[in-house]
Design a protein around this ligand. Structure first.
Ligand code: AHG
Ligand code: MN
Ligand code: MN
Length: 338
């Protein structure tokens, strides 16, 4: 019966995120509905943040709060707002046992009985907020460690391979919600008039190879010789290898990653002499993106190992991140090794 309603409804109304998550739940043996409810709460938080992002210039939400976060970065008003929304909504879900945020120095214990861990970057691309460039929110969901009675930091410090679902919202010309589960990677577009996300890109697959590389060229002098060699290869003339590649760099991970996921190619934020461990954070930037790319048939490496295998030692640890098409990531590793 559901199938027939869904099919006839699809011909008139698209599949909503809520329905998609419900269908995933029905496909998951032993599902209790907790994960579904948690995802719906994350969708609610993202819709609230989206509304504020869209009117940030009018709501006095541009600029800095005057504080610096644990990363030593100036906190934008929108960073703090998005963080407050996610902490509040996740707390009310009843299914989040523990959460970690780029904007919180320590983990935050939420619902003691909550089965899940949520790690998030509430507002990614902060440096682009005041210039109206695409920004986003990134999250990863893991299960709390089996058998542990109370949530602990160790629940958050699990390897990315333990992620059960990950996603991001990109607040761009349209607001898109990309969700990766064990079954697939799908994108949903927000209809602002209805306030619902509708399926817009089912079963996203990252092309095996692309024609674009994405890196902050301003760091060239700080890179290792291997990374410099890779960068020069991307810009060299070689018809057989379809070189030179085009170059795109937005400076918001969600925007650069989203383009790479859809069109293929490679995004790189290597370690450099200024950020010897890399700039991007493992738990709530690199791991969620790595999970998404691998689920879509892409790849994600630190340059020397698979991102999802990295053992987290501390909450805000940084890592080099190379994301993208299998073949383009392999070329990076072959040339740059680091
Ligand atoms: P955040 O705004 O959450 O701190 O993240 C910013 C990150 C990421 O979005 C982007 O890929 C990178 O910083 C850009 O760094 P550079 O400005 O050094 O290129
Ligand atoms: Mn970020
Ligand atoms: Mn951020």
């Amino acid at each position: 019966m559901i199938e027939s309603i869904r099919v006839s409804a699809e011909s008139v109304v698209g599949t909503t995120l809520r329905e998609h998550v419900l269908i995933c739940m029905r496909a998951a043996p032993g599902a209790t509905g907790a994960f579904t409810s948690l995802l719906n709460h994350i969708s609610l938080a993202i819709r609230i943040v989206n509304t504020r992002v869209r009117a940030a210039g009018l709501a006095g939400m541009l600029g800095y709060t005057g504080e610096t976060n644990v990363q030593g970065e100036e906190v934008q008003k929108l960073d703090a707002y998005a963080n407050d929304v996610l902490v509040n909504v996740l707390g009310r879900s009843g299914h989040c046992g523990i959460l970690a945020s780029e904007e919180l120095e320590q983990v935050k214990f939420s619902e003691a009985s909550g089965k899940y861990v949520v790690l998030f970057d509430p507002l990614d691309g902060s440096s682009n907020i005041d210039t109206n460039v695409s920004i986003g929110t990134i999250f990863a969901i893991l299960r709390r460690q089996q058998g542990e009675l109370v949530p602990s930091l160790q629940d958050a410090l699990q390897r990315g391979k333990e992620i059960v679902a990950a996603g991001y919202a990109i607040y761009g010309p349209q607001t898109e919600f990309v969700l990766a589960t064990s079954q697939s990677v799908d994108a949903f577009t927000l209809d602002p008039n209805i306030g619902e996300f509708f399926l817009s890109r089912p079963n996203i697959r990252c092309p095996q190879r692309g024609s674009c590389y994405s890196v902050n060229e301003g760091n060239f002098s700080r890179w290792s010789p291997g990374v410099q060699k890779w960068n020069s290869l991307m810009k060299s003339e070689n018809k057989e290898k379809n070189l030179p590649y085009g170059h795109r760099y937005v400076g918001s991970l969600v925007a650069d990653a989203h383009r790479t996921l859809i069109k293929g190619g490679v995004f790189a934020y290597p370690a450099d002499s200024k950020s010897p461990k890399g700039k991007l954070r493992l738990l709530y930037e690199a791991n969620p993106m790595a999970f998404i790319f691998e689920r879509a048939g892409g790849a994600a490496t630190t340059g020397t190992e698979r991102v999802l295998d990295v053992i987290p030692r501390e909450l805000h640890q940084r890592t080099p991140l190379i994301l993208g098409s299998q073949e383009d990531v392999a070329t990076y590793c072959e040339i740059a090794r680091g």
